[in-house]
Ligand binder design. Structure first.
Ligand code: G16
Length: 547
């Protein structure tokens, strides 16, 4: 039964990983050989780096969405056939992205396969995805995803075994051929990492004092982790965690923790009777949404605040920060904190994979993105529950409300007014043409009047990794104005249908943060749409989502 079978296959077009792994419609992944080709290509790319599978541990798990269990059975058989010494599989097939990173690092795995399309909806007619994480626990960097893509273009066969499906629901360790297969509970590894960073006793006292919180797990992967940490370990009231059971279709919802898709949570956090603190995480547990009573904390401000308070409020960072990193479109609020702490600030392209080298080299401790991702060097992924624990620590330390903390910060540092406008479902060719035309206009923009100011600089962001020197070009168009305001324009790399245009608008004011955000950013948005000629090219002018 464990005899290795070599199955002939043919290259399949379009298996190029995007911002975060390969994301496609679920039915695309369900086509014959589609998943198998991609998995074998990952194995081939890893083998090409000289890894000996006979000495290696592979971790496998996903966010529990439709097709997760089937895909895991396929991957386990292929891993056995490819000769891995050990394969660890999350119980129920479920491992959050941050827990995957923690497990790879703690257990010394060669890497891990995460089945997730993150915040995209799940179901047979929705989205599925596969990401490969490397030995440092982080998403495969571009050099590796390029290798995987190359393998997908030349694949001719894959390896598997004929074997009954393993029982995913019972923790156990058993042999399949020469491979040890372990079904384990990843929640314990993850909790251990959180306990090493945060003062659980202090957070327990916060809840003992009557502090009320609500956490929306959005029927996605964080439910079991959040129940264990917030309710069981920290003593938050039973029922603090909403939608705690992971479902294959996330209860029909869109597991993207922002004010639009977490509208129920936003409603619960409104009014004088609302809990003190509200938070949510996404499909695979790496994103976070932070809310106070009638108050939304932008991801850029959240990053800045966590960095500002980390040393004093969180034992894991008591030695201070080596540096802070943010993706280029993320607001510059963290830059001001880095400056005041006297530590470097790194600006990277969109995609968590770009933070890995900085953290491995000890250059940065805390990093974040406008797309609701925040994290630190405790693992190599962004981490939703970690961000919530950071906020709880700040709240416990200061004894203030969420909005009080943010207002104080704005008074001290000024406010980076920031919004992202998404235009979803555009025709790919038209969107590409529009962005290319804008690219051609960039050299002529300098000095031109724009949104009550003038264009100081307009370029396409290029990143040279300070650690390995690798260069990533065309990472987003920037229009920087003389008054310090800025617009970034880029196409999303995580969608599975059509194109999504993202406009990131930012304007800095030292006004205590009290101005109306739509008035501050309105003219920037209007002029950018006119410059892009969005209506003429793509037939739309109203954003689908504003965050
Ligand atoms: C992924 C990446 C993030 C990125 C986000 C948005 O998040 O890991 O680094 O910021 O996509 O990317 P884009 O703007 O290209 O759609 P996740 O949570 O989907 O894995």
């Amino acid at each position: 039964m464990t005899e290795v079978k070599t199955v002939a296959t043919m290259a399949i077009d379009g298996q190029k990983p995007g911002t975060s792994g390969l994301r496609k419609k679920t039915r695309v992944f369900m086509q014959p050989n589609y998943l198998e080709n991609f998995i074998q290509s990952i194995f081939n790319a890893v083998a090409e780096q000289g890894v000996d599978f006979k000495e290696s541990l592979l971790v496998v798990g996903g966010d529990g969405r439709y097709y997760n269990r089937t895909a895991i059975q396929t991957i386990v058989k292929m891993a056995v056939a490819n000769g891995f010494a050990k394969v660890m599989v999350g119980r129920g097939g479920i491992v959050s992205t941050p827990a995957m990173s923690a497990v790879i690092r703690r257990r010394g795995a060669v890497g891990g396969i995460v089945l997730s399309a993150s915040h995209n909806p799940g179901g047979i007619d929705a989205d599925f995805g596969v990401k490969y994480n490397i030995t440092n626990g982080g998403p495969a960097p571009e050099a590796v995803t390029e290798q995987i893509f190359k393998q997908t273009q030349q694949i001719k066969e894959y390896l598997t075994i004929d074997y009954p499906n393993i029982d995913l629901d019972k923790e156990a360790s058993f042999r399949v051929g020469d491979t040890e297969v372990i079904v384990f509970d990843p929640v314990l590894d993850y909790v251990a990492v959180m306990q090493s960073l945060f003062d659980f006793a202090a957070l327990r006292r916060l809840f003992d004092s009557g502090f009320r919180m609500v956490f929306d797990a959005m029927h996605a992967v964080t439910g079991p982790y959040a129940k264990e940490i917030f309710e069981n370990r920290l003593g938050a009231a039973v029922g603090t965690v909403l939608n705690a059971i992971p479902l294959e279709d996330f209860g029909g919802g869109h597991p993207d923790p922002n004010q639009v898709y977490a509208a129920d949570l936003v409603a619960r956090m409104s009014g004088s009777d609302a809990p003190d603190f509200g938070a949510a995480s996404d499909g695979d547990g790496d994103r976070n949404l932070i809310l106070g009573r009638d108050f939304f904390v932008t991801p850029g401000d959240s990053l800045a605040l966590i960095a500002a308070y980390a040393k004093d409020a969180i034992p894991g960072y008591a030695d201070g920060l080596a540096g802070i990193a943010r993706s280029m479109p993320t607001s510059s609020a963290a830059d001001l904190v880095a400056h005041s702490l006297g530590v470097p600030l790194y600006e990277t392209p969109t995609g968590w994979k770009f933070f890995g080298n900085l953290m491995d080299a000890g250059l940065c401790t805390i990093c974040g993105e406008e797309s609701f991702g925040t994290g630190s060097n405790h693992i190599r992924e962004k981490d939703g529950i970690w961000a919530v624990l950071c906020w709880l620590s700040i709240l416990a330390k200061t004894g203030e409300s969420v909005s009080g903390i943010v207002h104080k910060h704005w008074e001290k540092f000024g406010r980076n007014y920031f919004q992202r406008h998404d235009f979803e479902g555009l025709e790919v060719e038209l969107a590409n043409k529009m962005v290319n035309l804008l690219r051609e206009k960039l050299p002529s923009l300098s000095g031109r009047s724009f949104a009550e100011s003038r264009v100081k600089e307009a370029d396409d962001f290029n990143y040279a990794d300070p650690v390995d020197g690798s260069v990533s070009s065309k990472q987003g168009i920037r229009i920087i104005l003389e008054d310090g305001s800025r617009v970034v324009i880029r196409l999303s790399g995580t969608g599975t249908e059509g194109a999504t245009l993202r406009l990131y608008l930012e304007s800095y004011k030292q006004d205590g943060g009290t101005a109306d955000i739509d008035s501050v950013l309105g003219s920037l948005a209007k002029e950018t749409l006119a410059l892009l000629e969005l209506k003429q090219h793509c037939g739309v002018e109203v954003p689908t989502v504003i965050t």
